[in-house]
Design a protein around this ligand. Structure first.
Ligand code: 4AD
Ligand code: MG
Length: 447
């Protein structure tokens, strides 16, 4: 047998005999030719069996092979501009095949279009389809780029607990679980508060893990379990935070473009809008954002849009507002200084204007909306205690957190980037449930 290669490297093997290990994704039979589209985990390639070149029984075996059968195929790599595949344009002329398993005739995820519910119910098989495979390959690169940038820019990874004693991002989205004699523990909504302890030992830290929110909303941007990376930095104010964010996001996009071009092309993503993502990103205040949205509303002739864009100062933006706003920018845009009332308890008030806070959200272009939420944190112990009371939070559970403000307190800031929302923007995918291998939403925990 010849060397086993990965389809992603096929361009290096033109004119050579190779072997691939994988699964039959599709089969078409045209007289003396059978075309198998084969996937090996690294790509998809067309393999062609020509009757005259193969022993009778080998050709017959190929004629009858079922979708998803596992195979080892040997053959000669050729360039063929018409050949489908990821990357496309290559073909393997089959010289030998070893069938490992003939898949059951009835494969639920056949190649016809499936409704979303059916696809989600069969997620364990849907993962094999080219679109899902491509999205999740981009996701892996995004995760790798996140770690790479942080690890090479002075950040150290600190894992924060998943089982926690109290809320950090509002009490309405908590998942509770009985915890021995300690009462109820909650699945972490964020690792941020622990990171605020970690910075006093390590200065610049990040946690990266699953995050849980009992979100009752059924939007295309909400999961109940998602992955968030949360950098936190001592001696850092809001402006410095935005500089970190724009460098960080630009690096992630660049890596995805460099490494996942075939995947993005297979998804039909027009990458020209991603090519121009580089620092700096524009910064606008919440007040200015409200004005811009009002102007769009003023101008639109569409009564439905007018209705959707209605907005009073003090609220949080909904999807229609974010879409109207981000359409005005080619790159992600920072919106800073949100009303204190709609943000978390720990955000530093704006100097001289306590009704707004030193928060900043980063909104992705093309209507993808918030991918990052962050802020400068309250560093004054008395103010922090007051805010904990105002939010009706249990003081006992935050004793350790308030203590951080008594021993070497400094201005500090941090943010959280949602992996799934970032991947859906980069891939141009409408719903974030396709950007995680096994999505969890309000009405789905299977498979
Ligand atoms: O804005 P959020 O709630 O911020 C925090 O949790 C802060 N503690 C982060 C920090 O400062 N360390 O969430 C941050 C990001 C959002 O911008 C979004 O990308 C993602 O996490 N996110 C969700 N993604 C999917 N499903 C959900 N239900 C999400 N909620 C937040
Ligand atoms: Mg947010």
């Amino acid at each position: 047998m010849t060397a086993i290669i990965r389809i992603e490297q096929i361009s290096e093997y033109v004119g050579q005999e190779v072997t691939i290990q994988g699964w039959v994704y599709n089969r078409t039979h045209k007289g003396k030719l059978v075309f198998l589209l084969v996937r090996d985990g690294y790509g998809f390639v067309q393999c062609v069996a020509f009757k005259n070149d193969l022993p009778e029984e080998t050709f017959e075996e190929i004629v009858h092979i079922t979708q998803e059968s596992s195979v080892e195929i040997s053959g000669l790599v050729r360039v063929d501009g018409r050949a489908p595949g990821i990357p496309g344009g290559f073909e393997i002329g089959i010289t030998g095949i070893k069938v490992i398993q003939i898949a059951d005739e009835y494969y639920p995820m056949s190649l016809k279009e499936h409704g979303t519910d059916f696809a989600l119910e069969n997620r364990h098989l849907w993962l094999r389809m080219p679109s899902q495979w491509a999205i999740l390959r981009v996701r892996a690169t995004v995760i790798s780029a996140i770690r790479e940038w942080l690890d090479t820019n002075g950040f150290i990874n600190m894992d924060t607990p998943i089982l926690t004693p109290a809320a950090a991002e509002g009490t309405t989205t908590l998942f509770g679980t009985p915890y021995f004699d300690e009462g109820i523990a909650y699945l972490a909504q964020t690792g941020q508060l622990y990171n605020e302890a970690n910075i006093y030992a390590f200065k610049k830290v990040y946690c990266f893990g699953p995050t849980f929110r009992a979100e009752k909303s059924k939007t295309r941007r909400h999961l109940t379990e998602f992955w968030m990376v949360e950098p936190e930095v001592a001696f850092c104010d809001l402006d410095e935070l935005m500089e970190i964010e724009e460098q960080f996001v630009s690096h992630i996009v660049r890596r995805a473009l460099e490494e996942r071009a075939p995947e993005l092309a297979s998804l039909g993503r027009d990458t020209s809008s991603l090519e121009m993502i580089s620092p700096p990103f524009q910064r606008i205040s919440y007040d200015e954002a409200v004005e811009r949205i009002a102007e769009v509303r003023e101008k639109t002739a569409d009564p439905e849009e007018k209705e959707q864009l209605a907005f009073d100062w003090g609220g949080d933006f909904g999807a229609p507002h974010e879409i109207a706003l981000t359409r005005q920018f080619d790159k992600p845009v920072f919106v800073y200084g949100y009303p204190t009332a709609v943000k978390a308890f720990y955000m530093e008030p704006w100097p001289g204007r306590p009704e707004v806070c030193k928060s900043v959200d980063l909104l992705a272009p093309e209507g993808y909306g918030e991918i990052i939420g962050g802020s400068e944190r309250i560093s004054d112990p008395a103010l922090l205690l007051q805010r904990i009371h105002e939010h009706g939070l249990p003081e006992d559970a935050y004793k350790w957190y308030m203590e951080l403000r008594r021993f070497g307190s400094v201005p500090h800031s941090g943010f959280g980037l949602g992996v799934e929302r970032t991947v859906s923007w980069i891939c141009g995918i409408h719903h974030i449930r396709e950007t995680i291998p096994f999505p969890r939403t309000i009405n789905r925990v299977y498979p």
